[in-house]
Each structure stands twice: as C-alpha cells, then as structure tokens.
Design a protein around this ligand. Structure first.
Ligand code: SF4
Ligand code: SF4
Length: 359
C-alpha cells in the first residue's frame, strides 16, 4: 500500500519554486560564468542560454518598504525574481543585456550601488549585534556600516590585488565567518559575568547554568541558603555561555569589552589551502556610534595589503610571503602577550610563523 503524500507546513517551501525561469530551465547545466564589469556576471549554459546577474549592495537590516522597492525593480527587469546573497547583496537577473543601462539608472536614482564582485571589498557579512542577540560584546550592524562607509570606494571597482572578504562576529561564538576571513572583526568580552543573586534564583536553573560553562568555572554558592552560584574568575574565559542559559549572569561591559581584529583567513582552496584567521589586534575600544579606531585599523591593514600584495594574492597569502613579523611591522601593530596563543602551534613548520619570531 502506498502512503499518501504527507502534507506539512514544517520547514521552508522547496526553493525550486522560487527560481528564475532561466535558472530553473538550466539547472545543473551551467558551464561557466565571467565578470563582464564590476558587479555584473554573465552565466553561460550548455543549452546556449545566458543570464546576467547584477549585484547590488544592501544592508543586512532592511525595511519592508526597501524590499517592496526591490520587488518593483525585479518585476520591471527580472521577471519578478531577485535574490539575496549570503553577504546581504541583492542580485537582479537580466536575460537581455540591453536592459542593463536602464537598470543601472534606476539603481543610481535610489542610491543603490552596483559592485561586490571580483577583486573588490564586497558587503561585510555580520551577526546580530545589539539588535537581537543577548551575548554581544559589540554591535554588529553599526560597526559594519561605519567600516563599509569608509571602504566604499573598493566596492564598485576591481582595484585590489584579490578579493577581500571582511566579516564581523559580535562575540566569540563567531556566528559570522570571522575564523576564515581576510579581515575579521570580533567582539570580545574581557570580564567575568556579573551575578545578580536576587534574580538568579527566580530566573535560572542552577544545574543547567553550571553545566553551561565550558571551563567548569561555575559552582553552587557555598551559602546553601542562597540559591545561587559563584564563578571562579581565574577559570573564566569570558565566553558568555552562562548568560545564554541564565539571564541573571550578564557579561556585557561597555568599557572593557571591545573589538579584536583577525586577519589572513580564507575558505577558498585556490592556489593555497583554506586558512584560519589569526589575531592581529587583541583589543580596540567599543566606541559607538562610528567606531573610529576600528575603522582606522581596518583601513590601515587594507591599504598596506593593497600596496604590498602581488596580483591574485589574498591577505593571508601576502602575509605568509612577507612573514608575520613583517606584517606586524608594516601595519604598525605591536606584538603583545595576548598574541602568543595564536602563534605557538605553528613552529613545527617554520619559526617565522611562531611566537619565537623576533619580538
Ligand atoms: S556572534 Fe555571539 S553575540 Fe553575535 S549573534 Fe552570534 S552568539 Fe550572538
Ligand atoms: S563566561 Fe563562559 S567561562 Fe565564564 S563563567 Fe560564564 S560560561 Fe564559564
């Protein structure tokens, strides 16, 4: 007996029904793509079909009105279809390249920029920040807006030696791709959680709070009459996991929390294997609303990379070629004791990538 097909509203609808008709007709048949100008890709199918995707920068947080405007453009140019990339760009699809000037004019009238392809700085992928996560050490959207405003000149051109992927995660949980980005911005707590004993007994389960700590730093309060916990601060690594479990253990500190910058990671295995990012700057103050110190630090690293890298070299490949100690020198970044953990495991390959180098 065949089972009737089960109907369910669990999970998203199948993506196939949302594909542009040319993408659907050529699914699995695409031969290659090429960038015909910054922000515009031509995709060629083995059937002979061509589709042009036009990449447009957008924010990660957008309004309903903004989406409606994008839908109007999609109706006008893309047979009612557009998509958001994983980096929060929008892509419109053209089957007829002669429509490109009109689409560009409509985008320019809205102030929506075309770019983010090839050897550019594309939109910065980022996490929730103060908008809707509970453990951020820093904001996400605000810092990204300030950094991208400063680097905007690199979005619509292919002037850099290679693509530069920047990511932000607002705490060490790293929901963003900070561990594998050319330049990464990471929020760091630097203080143990504060324990609100009055609230803890009403809000939290003590066993699950204790179990949430990866370093075993939390234990029941020695005063049995106080249904609470204490933290061994020497063991705490300021991860904020306990706050996820127990809202009476907040860890945000406006003065001591801040921004760390990591560099040299990549996902691609082109030319060299994928690489993890490594610590460049351990702490920069969390300085809203425009984070000038963070913006300046990233511009400096990007400028030195643009000046010193060979064509096609990603940030990490440039650093590996010149040596990490030289990278710290050219970027005027002091090597401190906070860096040691990130550099001590590499001495098996070469001391030039270990903490044993000359600092
Ligand atoms: S990185 Fe941390 S604070 Fe940011 S969204 Fe992820 S868990 Fe929340
Ligand atoms: S912040 Fe992390 S390491 Fe520190 S007590 Fe909480 S769970 Fe443990």
């Amino acid at each position: 007996m065949t089972e009737p097909e089960r109907k369910t509203d669990i999970g998203p609808p199948h993506y196939g029904q949302f594909l542009h008709p040319v993408i659907k007709a050529n699914y699995g048949k695409w031969k290659y793509h090429e960038i015909i100008e910054p922000g515009v890709l031509m995709h060629v199918s083995e059937t002979g079909d061509k589709l042009y995707s036009v990449r447009v920068g957008s924010g990660r947080l957008v309004s309903t009105d903004f989406v409606r405007e994008a839908c109007d453009l999609a109706d006008k140019y893309s047979q009612g279809h557009f998509r958001f990339t994983s980096r929060h760009n929008m892509e419109f699809f053209l089957t007829d390249l002669s429509q490109l000037p009109a689409l560009k004019a409509d985008l320019a009238a809205k102030g929506w920029p075309i770019g983010g392809t090839g050897h550019s700085v594309t939109s910065i992928v980022h996490t929730q920040g103060w908008v809707h996560c509970h453990t951020p050490a820093i904001d996400a959207s605000g810092i990204v807006k300030a950094v991208m405003d400063d680097l905007f000149e690199y979005f619509g051109k292919h002037d850099l030696p290679a693509q530069v992927r920047i990511a932000l995660a607002c705490c060490l949980n790293m929901c963003g791709a900070v561990h594998c980005s050319d330049i990464a911005i990471c929020g760091v707590h630097r203080t143990p959680p504060k324990i609100l004993h009055d609230k803890l007994r009403h809000l939290c389960e003590i066993p699950t709070t204790i179990a949430s700590c990866p370093t075993g730093a939390i234990r029941p309060h020695p005063d049995k009459s106080l249904k609470s916990v204490i933290v061994n601060e020497e063991r705490c690594m300021y991860c904020g996991n306990c706050y996820t479990m127990c809202p009476a253990m907040p860890c945000f500190d406006a003065e001591k929390g801040g921004v760390a910058i990591l560099v040299g990671g990549k996902v691609s295995n082109s030319k060299t294997p994928p690489a993890f990012s490594r610590l460049a700057i351990p702490w920069i103050p969390n300085n809203p609303p425009r984070w000038p110190e963070t913006v300046a630090a990233i511009r400096k690293i990007l400028t030195k990379y643009a000046e010193g890298a060979n064509k096609w070299e990603r940030v990490g490949e440039w650093i590996e070629r010149i040596g990490w100690e030289r990278f710290f020198e050219v970027c005027d970044i002091p090597f401190t004791f906070q860096h040691i953990d990130d550099y001590k495991f590499q001495a098996y390959d070469t001391y030039r990538t270990s903490m044993h180098f000359k600092f």
